[in-house]
Design a protein around this ligand. Structure first.
Ligand SMILES: Cc1cc2nc3c(=O)[nH]c(=O)nc-3n(C[C@H](O)[C@H](O)[C@H](O)COP(=O)(O)OP(=O)(O)OC[C@H]3O[C@@H](n4cnc5c(N)ncnc54)[C@H](O)[C@@H]3O)c2cc1C
Ligand SMILES: NC(=O)c1ccc[n+]([C@@H]2O[C@H](COP(=O)([O-])OP(=O)(O)OC[C@H]3O[C@@H](n4cnc5c(N)ncnc54)[C@H](O)[C@@H]3O)[C@@H](O)[C@H]2O)c1
Length: 471
């Protein structure tokens, strides 16, 4: 209810301004729309996710050059890393985009039909929301014909004794620290751990990675995960199979007490980065009060049209997607946008071939089935691996560790999956995503087109050519 005691009613309420912000275009001009955002306009990817991390990764890749250029006969040195300059350049670009996005929605005549609430939304009934403004003013109830949940997820902090008493960082805060630490300990062995370990170690920080399983990036195809773990062990102090028992303040920094294959041990560092996954925000939205079901993982349940179990309520992105990837959130936003505008002719989301990349070093990219998944699902496959060292451009780089692996159906030659670890992996995998999406089989893809020589995609060409199809 507003101050005048009237409950504001909207045609559409969008909760979250990450991917949710891309829903509105001129076709919604005649709709009465509310957007609710409790945090920084623009959401995770722009402010604390994909965009700033990759800007740091690019700087880190440059800083890492002296580490591998000498063996090519080029002696370079790293004269310094101006952390404050790197950080301020990155956020000097990002922060104005977030502020500009908010100004556009709140002040531009294009958005005369849009009301932006800076506050927290939670359901109190069917398509009924209580908004608690960030400025401390009185809560307000709004209702809507349609609601889109685009409220993402949040960092998960594991329940480890003492962890809340030490000044730990997460991906939300680590990119803005005032100065580089001398030593960083990273808890977790997934995407965020792999990317930040690369960034900080390239900048000269001593990095320790603590993982509870026996390999880093263990959801990757096993060959990729194994290779990455071996390389990480050469670069960082990697503690695998470790249980973290306790965290404590120590000597101005933090001490972790671990238990692992060699018994009890400790790790000391100046900063702790917790990178142990994310939790979808449906619980904080009290979605159950809006008749919206969640899965055991906490994700809001959606059908192929991105409809939740409540009438008139859609969801997209991290709040409902187990992938937790921006390109998936973007795709789902397009689906929801279409379905809002054309309810009589809805389209389904396409989650058949969702790729991902890890922007660490070496870079990693993957799409489709791993060998382990194929085996688990009883799917017949053949596989082929080609090394970067086995193509001309790989010789130029003296690459000795990268490879591309492809899986195909032995009968139909349809590509089932691809996994690349090595330079430019996220770029090299794109033609395979295209082939899988449009049904181009491995034989036709390999033989039916030119491959520029000596280009890096030859690593993919050769992996395809070498697939051991039955005669
Ligand atoms: C460090 C990091 C790096 C990443 N790098 C990549 C990458 O390289 N590539 C990639 O594909 N993905 C990457 N991701 C994942 C990507 O950022 C997310 O998948 C994507 O941002 C999800 O978008 P979304 O719109 O679902 O949610 P978000 O962008 O998180 O938006 C949700 C918004 O809802 C708001 N909100 C939440 N609850 C409420 C509430 N109750 N009331 C009002 N507002 C609310 C939040 O404040 C937030 O602004 C990365 C993530 C992280 C953390
Ligand atoms: N390049 C990209 O696309 C990119 C980059 C960063 C993040 N992301 C997205 O953000 C999400 C979150 O990233 P993340 O790295 O935090 O999650 P993740 O799921 O990739 O990795 C979490 C890691 O933490 C470990 N872990 C969980 N609980 C633990 C505990 N109690 N103690 C020790 N270790 C524990 C897990 O074993 C795993 O290794 C990912 O799902 C990913 O989709 C994507």
């Amino acid at each position: 209810m507003g101050l005048d005691g009237v409950v504001a009613h909207y045609d559409l309420v969008i909760i979250g301004t990450g991917s949710g912000n891309s829903l509105l275009d001129p076709r919604f001009a005649g709709w009465r729309v509310a957007m609710v955002e409790r945090g920084v306009f623009g959401g995770t990817c722009l402010n604390v996710g994909c965009i700033p991390t990759k800007m740091f990764v690019h700087a880190a890749d440059l800083a890492a050059v002296p580490g591998h250029s000498a063996r090519l006969g080029v002696d370079t040195t790293l004269d310094g890393v101006r952390w404050a300059d790197i950080r301020d350049r990155i956020f000097g670009r990002i922060d104005p985009i977030a502020a500009g996005g908010q100004t556009y929605r709140t002040q531009h005549p294009d958005n005369a039909n849009v009301t932006v609430y800076a506050g927290n939304a939670r359901f109190t009934g069917d398509r009924t929301l209580e908004i608690t403004p960030n400025d401390g003013s009185a809560a307000e109830t709004i209702t809507a014909d349609r609601v889109v949940l685009a409220a993402g997820g949040r960092v998960t902090v594991p329940d480890i004794e003492g962890i809340r008493d030490v000044p730990f960082h997460t991906s939300d805060t680590i990119m803005r620290v005032p100065a580089l630490p001398r030593r960083l300990v990273v808890l977790g062995g997934g995407f965020i751990a792999a990317e930040f370990a690369h960034v900080f170690s390239s900048f000269g920080v001593e990095v320790t990675v603590v993982a509870r399983s026996g390999a880093l990036l263990r959801a990757e195809d096993r060959d990729v995960s194994t290779r990455f773990t071996e390389l990480a062990q050469q670069r960082w102090d990697v503690r695998l199979d470790r249980k973290t028992l306790r965290a404590q303040n120590h000597d101005g920094g933090v001490r972790l007490h671990l238990e692992g294959p060699n018994g009890a041990e400790t790790v000391d560092a100046d900063l702790l980065l917790v990178a142990t996954g994310r939790t979808p925000n449906g619980d904080q939205l009290d979605v159950a009060a809006g008749g919206i079901d969640t899965a055991p993982s906490g994700h809001v349940v959606v059908d192929e049209y991105q409809r939740t179990t409540a009438d008139g309520v859609w969801a997209l992105g991290d709040i409902s997607s187990p992938y937790e990837l921006k390109h998936v959130a973007n795709h789902e936003a397009k689906v929801v946008q279409h379905n809002l505008l054309h309810p009589e002719d809805p389209v389904a989301a396409d989650h058949r071939f969702v790729p991902h990349a890890v922007f660490t070093s070496p870079q990693i990219a993957s799409v489709g089935l791993t060998e382990q998944e194929a085996e688990r699902r009883g799917i017949r496959w053949i596989a082929s691996t080609h090394t970067f060292g086995g193509i001309a451009y790989g010789w130029a780089m003296e690459d000795e560790t990268g490879f591309a692996k492809v899986l195909a159906d032995p009968d139909t030659a349809q590509i089932l999956g691809a996994h690349i670890i090595g330079p430019q992996a996220p770029t090299l995998i794109q033609p395979i995503i295209q082939a899988m999406t449009f049904g181009l089989d491995a034989k036709t893809m390999a033989r039916g087109q030119y491959w520029i020589h000596p280009g890096m995609p030859e690593v993919v060409e050769n992996a395809l050519l070498n697939l051991p199809f039955p005669e």
